[in-house]
Design a protein around this ligand. Sequence first.
Ligand SMILES: Cc1cc2nc3c(=O)[nH]c(=O)nc-3n(C[C@H](O)[C@H](O)[C@H](O)COP(=O)(O)OP(=O)(O)OC[C@H]3O[C@@H](n4cnc5c(N)ncnc54)[C@H](O)[C@@H]3O)c2cc1C
Length: 213
Amino acid sequence: MRIVIIGAGPVGLGAAYRLQELGHRDWALYERGEKLGGLASSHTDSAGFTYDIGGHVMFSHYKYFDALVEKMLGADHTRLLRESWIWMRDRWIPYPLQNNIRHLPAAELLECLDGLVDVQGADASSARDFGEWSELQFGAGITRHFMRPYNFKVWAHPLEMMSKDWIAERVAVVDLKRVLANIINERDDLSWGPNNMFKYPLHGGTGRQHRPL
Ligand SMILES: Cc1cc2nc3c(=O)[nH]c(=O)nc-3n(C[C@H](O)[C@H](O)[C@H](O)COP(=O)(O)OP(=O)(O)OC[C@H]3O[C@@H](n4cnc5c(N)ncnc54)[C@H](O)[C@@H]3O)c2cc1C
């Protein structure tokens, strides 16, 4: 079987690697750019600073992928704590916002808390789309101030046009008790999520390439 793979982003490279591993030899991988890696490539400037074009947090739920990363990186990696900040209302707020609403101005904080209290007991699994899911999961305040503007910026589509099924583990759902404890204890809550710690190459960024095309 002759196989052609178009594009040497992570998906094309992964397909080629797997074909080779399975014993196929009649395959070809075509890349129109000058570098491998697509949106997961990295670029080092003349001053020696490395920038990841896109992907920078590596995580998976697949033993195969984890073993491959282990094999590729060997000891040449470090482990980083994911730390993201949201610039809004003239201040930095730690991600995920829903756990750190204590940083919002008082009127918005109250609106967010009101909304959270309103949706206690609501069943978000019945939602038809991402917009309705957000309203039922986070309440009106967080949805209005953050979920709608942020997700519209990321996905360039109204939330009502998006399915809710992909979301489950990418969006931190809210535990009201935890939110209240964060407010009272003035605690920043950064540790949420499956990728809060991740491996990162010591040299060359996520898209480190051993040799040019
Ligand atoms: C800003 C940003 C941040 C991100 N952060 C993360 C992150 O932290 N963690 C994470 O896991 N993911 C992250 N991602 C997502 C990740 O980068 C992508 O999911 C991944 O790169 C997709 O891989 P791909 O191979 O499908 O496509 P791409 O990476 O887009 O690669 C496609 C390749 O195909 C080539 N190509 C296209 N058309 C042709 C053609 N006609 N002929 C030949 N070649 C062609 C392109 O030049 C490119 O090299 C991020 C993405 C962005 C944009």
